[in-house]
Design a protein around this ligand. Structure first.
Ligand code: AMP
Ligand code: MG
Length: 402
């Protein structure tokens, strides 16, 4: 008989995770340090952008009608009335028909002009300019408020700020942005066999791979990881580290010891210090997963195998982080691909299969569950939902890219 009597579906586990998610906390930070952060409020344009009709090339401001039919053989001949200085309004008066003015890129289009001829198609001859190409109305001009209108929503909340977003936010006058606070996630590695990365494994020992992997993922995802190191499979050690980590963090992840073997301590310790809400999820890999709570802080017990811990991080922990960050959809890259062979799967559990991706074809990388190499030889994961008996060769799958 299974040691896991109360294995629950992934959807139920995620619902439980969402139920116990702390609400997003916000903070206001300078724009220049906002890349990667999640906007916690809508941003609207504080003014019309641009606030004036603006040339987008170096050239001559004209009335488009004056250039009709112009060509190399018979150029349009326009009287040049001067040069427009950058950032200055032209004050020379009415822009008369048959005239033009030199205008730099970004210059304010003089009133009466409606297009700009690029310098490449114009030739200066004394105070005349020979225009060798016709321009149409509005050509080479960015019109008033064409980019953003005052009050228009530029970004919705939940958006991850990219480098180009920062540029647009600056143009909209946002020197500071309100973003979700980075959740502080405690990471505890458990197991008598574990040694630090700097150690040399003796018989039966393995280096702690999970702490670095979980911390790296969480950092990239917008959290502040806090590594508490390795603790042995001893009750007092578990209690001591949790007593430190829970008050210091918003969420705590323990890896290892989450199963139901006698030496697995995690569930019993969480139950003593708080409550175990879920122990066992219909997910492969990752069945021996614990969702619990201590002093209202979510505490997860992840399986020790790095590949299993990683899948549980993505499938079960990430929805909590998404809630805390206020993102409506997981921040992940995916790519559609065609499956190269049939993949059988056991009904009743969500299965995550590592695949390689080449020229739009996904090929599963089967391997023993403890292997590390399949984590890095693969390009991502595909999910076989609990209701399916497998996936057929030739079907379209979505690959969650690493
Ligand atoms: P456990 O979940 O504690 O039963 O561990 C399952 C397997 O994962 C064992 O082979 C452990 O040695 C291994 N393991 C546990 N924690 C880690 C870790 N932090 N880094 C690498 N391997 C681990
Ligand atoms: Mg262990």
């Amino acid at each position: 008989m299974s040691r896991f009597l109360n294995v629950i579906p992934v959807a139920d586990a995620v619902a439980e995770v969402i139920r116990i998610s702390p609400s997003p906390v916000t903070e206001t930070i300078p724009l220049e340090s906002s890349v990667g952060r999640i906007l916690a409020a809508e941003v609207t344009a504080d003014s019309d952008i641009p606030g004036f009709d603006r040339s987008v090339v170096d050239g001559f401001a004209v009335r488009a009608a004056d250039t009709a039919g112009a060509g190399d053989a018979i150029p349009a001949l326009l009287h040049c009335t001067g040069r427009i200085a950058m950032g200055r309004q032209d004050t020379t008066g009415i822009f008369a028909p048959g005239t033009c003015t030199y205008i730099p890129t970004g210059g304010i289009l003089p009133e009466g002009a409606d297009a700009v001829v690029m310098v490449e198609y114009a030739e200066e001859a004394g105070d005349m300019v020979l225009v060798k190409r016709p321009v149409s109305y509005g050509e080479n001009v960015l019109l008033y408020d064409e980019d953003f209108k005052k009050g228009e929503c530029v970004f919705s909340s939940g958006r991850r700020i990219s480098a180009q977003d920062a540029g647009v936010l600056a143009a909209c006058g946002c020197a500071a942005v309100t973003v979700a606070k980075k959740p502080v996630v405690g990471i505890i590695s458990t197991g008598n066999e574990l040694i630090p990365v700097t150690g040399v494994p003796g018989p039966g020992q393995v280096r702690d791979a999970n702490a670095s992997m979980l911390a790296a993922y969480l950092t990239e995802y917008g959290c502040t990881p806090r590594i508490y190191g390795i603790i042995p499979d001893e009750r007092q050690a578990f209690e001591a580290v949790l007593a430190r980590a829970v008050p210091e963090c918003d969420v705590v992840l323990l890896s290892g010891g989450s199963s139901k073997d006698d030496r697995d301590m995690t569930a019993a310790v969480i139950a003593t210090m708080g409550e175990v809400l879920v122990h066992g999820i219909a997910i492969a890999p990752g069945k021996p997963t614990i969702i619990g709570r201590i002093s209202d802080k979510p505490v997860f017990g992840l399986p020790g195998h790095p590949a299993s811990a990683f899948v549980v991080l993505i499938a079960i922990v990430r929805p909590l982080i998404d809630r805390m960050l206020g993102v409506p959809h997981p921040i992940q890259r995916t790519e559609k691909a065609t499956l190269s062979i049939n993949i059988p799967s056991q009904r009743g559990r969500d299965e995550f299969v590592r695949v390689t991706l080449k020229n739009g074809t996904a090929t599963p990388l089967f391997g023993k569950s403890g292997l590390l190499n399949t984590l890095v030889r693969s390009n991502g994961l595909i999910r076989i939902p609990a209701g399916a008996e497998g996936l057929e060769q030739g079907s379209t799958v979505e690959v969650i890219l690493w």
